[in-house]
Design a protein around this ligand. Sequence first.
Ligand code: ZN
Ligand code: ZN
Ligand code: ZN
Ligand code: ZN
Length: 397
Amino acid sequence: MLRAMRALAVVCVVSVAFLALSAAQESCPNCLHQGVLPCKDHVDVPGAEEEPSPGNPMLYCSWAADCEKCGGTLFVDCPRCDHGERSDAVAERARLIRSWLDNSPLEKALGRRVPRLESERYQIAVDVDELPNDERARKKLSGHQLAHQLVRDLEHVTAKVAEHYQMTPADYRAKMRMWFWTTIEDHQQAQRSFQGTLTTGDFKLLGRDPVFSVWKEPGLFDTAPKIRALFAHNAGHMLLSNAFQPTWVGDIGGGWLDAGLGHWYEYELFGLTVNTCLEESSLSSDYEGGRWRAAVRKRLEKEKDPFLPGLLPKRTGAYSMPEKALCWSFYDWLLAAHPGVVRKLMLDLKQQKPAREVLQQHLGMDVFALEDAWRAWVSANYPLKGDEPRSEPKKRK
Ligand SMILES: [Zn+2]
Ligand SMILES: [Zn+2]
Ligand SMILES: [Zn+2]
Ligand SMILES: [Zn+2]
């Protein structure tokens, strides 16, 4: 009996202690028993932008991780209590961030820290302090702000590609690595470590482990809008060189599809397309100010000889800008008039099947019938002036 009473007393004491403890936690008005408070040191890029959300699938950011107060977790310990509901999760997040920071092949190759961030599909390095955000340099973006803007741009392209190609998680093979350097020396050092050959302009590796690298080349890639357009354009090439099976179709009979898609995703995001396709940054040439609808329509209505037979066999790097505009338009038509077909075309082109055969099989038309259908659609949908499509392609649910 005595023993039972003692046991009861112990239980009572423990319960009282427990109640007192939880009351103490619940009564911490400072953190609402979370144990942590939001870190207020994230001003350049707001803390909310560091966290994953629809359209912004962020994973890690080295600028945020450099925060002395929170180490990138975005939370600091509550000074008025010891522990709360969120304390363990924040500690675990801190551990993951440290591990991410300490395991970068790029940093190992260069032997130094590189400002960078990682999202669902991209590893982006922006080794540039700040950049003009417009041609007249009235506003500047910090490297950190630019990196976050790039994540949003690139993940937008990725979402469009995923919609057009009905991507599933199993279709992706690698993360896209995209780097931007202040000096040509750093660009070349990175390139030497990951490619073996050197270029003065931008370079990219397509296929199995895509990499894109470029430096702040005066006059070419020296403003944030130029970098954003360049990255969006190349993200399309990289993603689709890597997806399904890691084979770039640009030089095995799918140049027309590859050139078309690179311009399409850049154009869709920015309302114009000004980039070229392959290491020819220094040859970058303007065609119709990057707004192509009226020019393409006028050309197709004036020149009656079919274009497709000449376009289909070329490699991506062999097209002139006016030819790329035609490839872009043909891709535009494929997406609008035959939703879902680009996945089938891409899969077969990666198997090195001839373009004419693949098109005939999946669209049920020979090259000349295709050309007629594409031209009719262009006349019905592109304006003769300006650049607004007459009717938006129907959105599929
Ligand atoms: Zn507290
Ligand atoms: Zn950040
Ligand atoms: Zn912080
Ligand atoms: Zn391109």
